[in-house]
Ligand binder design. Structure first.
Ligand SMILES: [Zn+2]
Length: 91
């Protein structure tokens, strides 16, 4: 088994580590980055759509209830945050 090193600080990484223990950089090749990026984009779009719908639900009758919209928005926010953490290469 090849030893993986962090591309950022060159620390040795354990086989099961998804990110560098020393500097926190996400380990390349340890995740389906293409899927992750597409997923994050999708969640972001859904999040903003849901956020708009939440605001709209306050004023427009023909939308789902504000509580439902808010719940969906919060869930998407959590998913978006965790998806963003998985894709730590951007920060
Ligand atoms: Zn590192």
């Amino acid at each position: 088994m090849a030893i993986t090193r962090c591309h950022d600080c060159n620390a040795t990484l354990k086989a099961d580590e998804l990110r560098c223990y020393t500097c926190g950089t996400a380990v390349e090749g340890r995740q389906k980055s293409k899927f992750g990026a597409g997923f994050a984009t999708l969640v972001t779009i859904l999040f903003f759509a849901s956020g708009l719908l939440t605001v709209a639900s306050l004023f427009v009758e023909a939308t789902p209830s504000f509580t439902k919209c808010l719940m969906v928005t919060v869930v998407l926010l959590v998913v978006r945050t965790s998806a963003g953490e998985m894709d730590g290469s951007k920060t």
